[in-house]
Structures are given as structure tokens and as C-alpha cells.
Design a binder for this molecule. Structure first.
Ligand SMILES: [Zn+2]
Length: 487
């Protein structure tokens, strides 16, 4: 399994580590190690370039600890919950719908507590771990609850389960700061929290995770995009709700076709999906492993007019949802307007209306894993090796610098090259131990695109050997040209 090989490299070299390890660990939490933290930062930077620079979005950063009101308005206090059932003997908790689906093979989407209770009883389901009897199912809210302030003055608070709502609260400020333009896109990258019942899928289901969610505030009368042509010819595997309903396979088509045949309800949704698709390819995730899947009618939130996921087909995990693109209509701003009594309407060309929201909601941790899986290469044959084929902008380090030997002034010369590259803003790694072959292998294993070796010729003519990770080809480059070669 690729997953085990990736986890082995990850633990040894420092991409991700299970959290609180020396105290036995807690499921659903991961630490990013030295290489992982850099890779994650670079993935976030690619997202920023995509949305802030190219798309002209704003970025905001809100508190993760929030009072209760926003979550009352959004519906999270009431219904952001799963039905849980616990073993009466060993205490193991289960998601009731998953348990019933696994045991009976029936579809459990949309089942309520009493449906699930009945199914558990009828199918005679017991605790899969110890075969003990199961208690009554009950609703379990996935938000972490806490308090702000002391004593009688304390107020109920939650760790946010998503960034989106914290962005909506800023709408009036953002609209003014953006000089009242629509569509107005706002990105927020930050941590969110969900008290998952029993996370078992490693990095794919976390209790604390990083999101990058973009909210586009749009005019309900205009859900087109004037940049649609840039993505219209992308050929994408599409799995519409209707195809799923008649059990047919996804179909490859252009986004233009998807819009013209009415499969995506608006051009803006199709545009957002196309942009997300190219973002994943930029991260190093293979487009051939992606598909866009529409939520079926019974799966979509009641307020949404159209919702899609882009899914990655993992070698070991099957379908992984990487981003959700959803037309949320005026639900969010209207709900906050009703509870806060603050008018969220805008005035445009004599019309007064609540803008609609099209949300593009990425997690970071899942694309992080999929980037590792998609980039992992095992080369067999004479020159067998493993490496991560990360795109340059995503790789944790751009280059590794090696002195051929640690004497005769070569060590000092190599240090100078290393310091120069760092001063130019490159993340570079230093490695001066073992044979050059061993050092190449170590650099390849963590996906460093270039290795720079300083040798005796360097002292004579100021050239260095630059070795390319993917082709393993070596070329001599003058030190003055080195920075432009690496970029
Ligand atoms: Zn049990």
C-alpha cells in the first residue's frame, strides 16, 4: 500500500506526526513536522496566489473561538450533529448511520434517530468490538463547547466548526472596503474544529484541521462569470446527480458542455469548479484522479440550489472530498440579518437585495495528503529510487547544497553558496555527510527539486553541478546564474 510507504517516510523524515505521542496520543490530531510545515505553507501560498493575486479576492483572518449567536443563526447549534450510539459494555462510541450501513448494506442518508434505533434492533446489531449490547442512539453535536470569561459573566462559546460563518459576519465591512463591488470574493485560511465521534482515517478526518474557504458574494440576478472562457475548455470527469441516480458512470466533458446542457445550474459554479481543478493540478495532484460530483437532491442542504464536490480517487482510501463548491443562496446573510437585526442588504442600480453566496470550501490537510500520494514515484530498474515529484512551488525545499568534500576550501565555498541562496529567499537544505549518491537519495526521498554540488572546479571557474530530481540529469551552472536556474 502506498499509504504505508508514505507514512513511513512521513514519520522518519518529518512530514506529519501523530499528536501528543509521548502521552499515548489522541485520535484526530496531527502535528506537521519540519518538512510538512513547509509543504503545508507552500500549499497555502499556492491557494493565495490563485485567489488573492489572480482572482482579486480579499483575505481575512478571524478568531477561532466565537460566541454562540453566529452558530444559532447558522443552524449549527441545532443541527450540526451526528446520531451516536455507545456500547453499554465497553463504552465504544459509533456513528449510528455508519454502523447500520455497514451491517445491513442499506442507504442510511437522511435517517432520523428513531429510524436508526429501529434498524439497530431489527438487525440485531451489537458492538463490533466486544459484542456487548448497544444503548439508545442520541444526537451528538460536533462543536467543541466552552466559555468566555469567568463566573456569572461567562458566556457560552464554541470553537468554530468552519471559517465560513466568521467571514459572513464581516460582510458589511468587506462590502464597504471593496467599494461596493459584486461579485466580491473573500478567502479565509485558518483552523476549525469538529469533535468527530471516532476518527479512524488518519489525516483525512481530523478534530482540528485547517480550512481555506472562499466566499463569493454575488448578485442573485447575475451568476455568470466574465472569466468563464479561461476554464470553459477544460475536460473534466463529471458525475451529475442525475447520472448517480441512474447508476451511471461519470462522463468526461468540457465545462462549456456542462453549462450548456444545464448540468451545472450556473456558469459561476462551473467557473469555480474549473478554477479549483486547476488549483489542484498546481499543487501536484493528478487531474486524472479527480472528478467533480454533484450532490443529489436528498443530499444537498435545503437552502442550496446547487452543490458539487471535487473528489480525488485515492489508491488506498477511495473517494476523498477535496473541495465543496456550493451556491448557498441568501441563506447565510439572511439568517445573520434576522438574528442580529443588522441589515445585510445592498443597494445596486435601484434594487435592494441580499447578495447570494457561492462558497468554495477547501480543507488543507486532505489536499496535503493527496499531494503526497499523487507525487510519490517508485522508480524501478538499474537506478531504483523513490521520490516525491512535487511541483517546484510546493516542494518543502527548492534545493539542497552539498560540498563534494569537507576540505580544501570546498566546504567554505559551499557555505557561501548556501548562505547566498537563503538570502535570496530560497528555502535550501544543507547536507555535508556521506557520499554524494546517498545525499541525492535523501534529497529525492523528500522531493527536493534541485541538488547543487560544489567541487574542485567551482574553486577554478565558479561553476557548480545542478542535478534535476526528475530527470537525474546534471549540468554545470555558473554561480551567478544559479538563482535564475532554480526559479
Ligand atoms: Zn463494546
Amino acid at each position: 500500500m502506498v499509504r504505508e510507504k508514505i507514512m513511513d517516510i512521513s514519520l522518519r523524515r518529518g512530514f506529519v506526526w501523530p499528536s501528543f505521542e509521548i502521552y499515548g496520543g489522541v485520535r484526530g490530531f496531527y502535528d506537521y513536522g519540519p518538512l510538512g510545515a513547509l509543504l503545508k505553507k507552500n500549499i497555502e501560498e499556492v491557494i493565495r496566489r490563485h485567489y488573492i493575486i489572480e482572482e482579486g479576492c480579499f483575505e481575512v483572518s478571524s478568531p477561532t473561538l466565537t460566541p454562540e449567536d453566529p452558530w444559532v443563526a447558522s443552524g449549527h447549534v441545532k443541527s450540526f450533529s451526528d446520531v451516536i450510539v455507545e456500547c453499554e459494555k465497553c463504552g465504544e462510541p459509533y456513528r449510528a448511520d455508519h454502523l447500520v450501513a455497514e451491517h445491513t448494506g442499506i442507504q442510511t442518508d437522511g435517517m432520523n434517530i428513531s429510524d436508526l434505533k429501529e434498524k439497530i434492533r431489527d438487525a440485531g446489531i451489537v458492538c463490533p468490538k466486544c459484542h456487548g449490547p448497544l444503548g439508545d442512539p442520541y444526537d451528538y453535536n460536533l462543536m467543541f463547547k466552552t466559555y468566555i470569561g469567568p463566573g456569572k459573566r461567562k458566556i457560552t462559546a464554541y470553537l468554530r466548526p468552519e471559517t465560513a460563518q466568521t467571514t459572513y459576519l464581516l460582510f458589511k465591512r468587506l462590502y464597504a472596503a471593496g467599494r461596493e463591488r459584486l461579485p466580491l470574493g473573500v478567502l479565509q485560511i485558518g483552523h476549525s474544529f469538529r469533535n468527530e465521534i471516532s476518527p479512524r482515517q488518519g489525516m483525512l478526518r481530523l478534530r482540528e484541521f485547517t480550512q481555506a474557504e472562499v466566499q463569493f458574494f454575488v448578485d442573485p440576478n447575475n451568476k455568470n462569470s466574465d472569466r468563464f472562457d479561461e476554464v470553459a475548455d477544460l475536460q473534466i470527469r463529471v458525475w451529475s446527480g442525475e447520472m448517480q441516480a441512474r447508476s451511471s458512470e461519470p462522463k468526461e466533458m468540457s465545462l462549456r458542455e456542462a453549462v450548456e446542457s444545464g448540468i451545472t445550474k450556473t456558469q459561476f459554479i462551473a467557473y469555480s469548479l474549473g478554477r479549483a481543478w486547476s488549483l489542484f493540478e498546481r499543487m501536484g495532484i493528478k487531474g486524472s484522479r479527480l472528478q467533480m460530483r454533484q450532490h443529489k437532491d436528498d443530499e444537498r442542504a435545503f437552502y442550496s440550489s446547487d452543490t458539487w464536490d471535487i473528489e480525488y480517487i485515492s489508491q488506498d482510501f477511495g473517494r476523498i472530498e477535496l473541495v465543496g463548491v456550493s451556491d448557498r443562496t441568501d441563506y447565510d446573510l439572511r439568517s445573520h440579518m434576522e438574528l442580529s437585526k443588522v441589515d445585510m442588504r445592498v443597494n445596486k442600480e435601484g434594487r435592494k437585495f441580499i447578495p447570494h453566496v457561492v462558497e468554495v470550501a477547501y480543507g488543507i490537510d486532505r489536499p496535503f495528503y493527496c499531494t503526497l500520494e499523487s507525487s510519490y514515484v517508485e522508480q524501478t530498474g538499474e537506478k531504483s529510487r523513490t521520490y516525491f515529484k512535487f511541483p517546484r512551488d510546493v516542494a518543502p525545499y527548492r534545493a539542497a547544497v552539498f560540498p563534494l568534500v569537507n576540505k580544501d576550501g570546498i566546504y567554505e565555498k559551499a557555505r557561501t553558496v548556501y548562505e547566498t541562496l537563503k538570502n535570496l529567499g530560497f528555502y535550501v537544505q544543507w547536507d555535508s555527510s556521506g557520499s554524494i549518491g546517498r545525499r541525492y537519495a535523501r534529497a529525492d526521498e523528500v522531493g527536493i527539486p534541485f541538488c547543487v554540488t560544489i567541487d574542485y572546479d567551482t574553486l577554478r571557474d565558479s561553476t557548480v553541478t545542478v542535478r534535476d530530481r526528475d530527470t537525474m540529469k546534471q549540468e554545470r551552472v555558473h554561480i551567478k546564474q544559479l538563482a535564475s536556474r532554480l526559479s
